[in-house]
Design a protein. Structure first.
Length: 239
């Protein structure tokens, strides 16, 4: 790709800003100053800006421990989104969330620049399991477990069968794990609501083969390892 484009994406700059820096002799490629904004360079090249090495790996895959209170969206004119937690450089790369966690939910949120990987992870026919921990009002019982296993009829669709594992229950509140292969808007909340239970807290623990890194505090994120990316691709048969 063109040098100005690579610098723009690697440093989180506009194309005009990148061109000015290149023409000013502040950019070096493999240790040598380069001033041709249209020079053809490859992703992964050793690029430096004012002597500071830049990462030119433009593929991006990461996990975040999403906090409650942020929208899962690329942008919103009225409310803050999860993108506010990422550096501008990743915005430039269009490292976007895979699916959604609603504003009141927390936990594992994946991001990627690979549109095909994101599409496959979300496609119901790929049967990628998501796991959630839910705190709900009231006492969950075996009838709730059976209802989840059968599939719950909601107003606009019938949820596919899902697994409900009751961790704790009493008259006032219960805690459970939910494993399902769909992810429609507020689906877990609506499934519990259909059975007369309000969700008071919901967090995603796993997405396919990956579990939330317990070292990540709410709002923290990290890049996925090569092995973790390979696990995701294997799970959706993406070579």
């Amino acid at each position: 790709m063109r040098l100005d484009r690579l610098l723009s994406q690697a440093a989180g700059l506009s194309r005009n800003e990148a061109r000015k820096l290149i023409k000013s002799g502040l950019v070096s490629l493999h240790g040598a100053i380069i001033s041709d904004v249209a020079a053809q360079v490859e992703e992964g090249s050793q690029l430096s800006l004012e002597g500071r090495p830049l990462s030119t790996q433009l593929a991006c895959h990461l996990m975040m421990n999403k906090p409650v209170g942020l929208l899962t969206a690329a942008r919103d004119s009225r409310q803050e989104t999860v993108m506010a937690l990422l550096p501008e450089r990743l915005h430039k790369l269009r490292c976007m969330p895979v699916g959604r966690l609603d504003k009141d939910s927390a936990g594992l949120l994946l991001f990627t620049t690979d549109g095909e990987l994101a599409h496959r992870l979300l496609a119901p026919q790929r049967k990628v399991t998501k796991e959630y921990r839910a705190l709900v009002s009231g006492r969950l019982d075996d009838s709730a477990r059976a209802a989840f296993a059968q599939g719950i009829a909601l107003k606009d669709f019938t949820a596919l069968p899902a697994e409900l594992v009751i961790l704790r229950r009493d008259a006032g509140q219960s805690e459970a794990l939910v494993r399902l292969q769909e992810g429609k808007h507020r689906q877990v909340r609506r499934m519990f609501q259909a059975l007369g239970h309000e969700v008071t807290a919901l967090s995603r623990l796993a997405f396919g083969p990956l579990r939330l890194d317990e070292r990540l505090q709410p709002g923290d994120w990290r890049e996925l390892s090569e092995d973790e990316v390979a696990q995701l691709k294997e799970a959706v048969k993406l070579g």
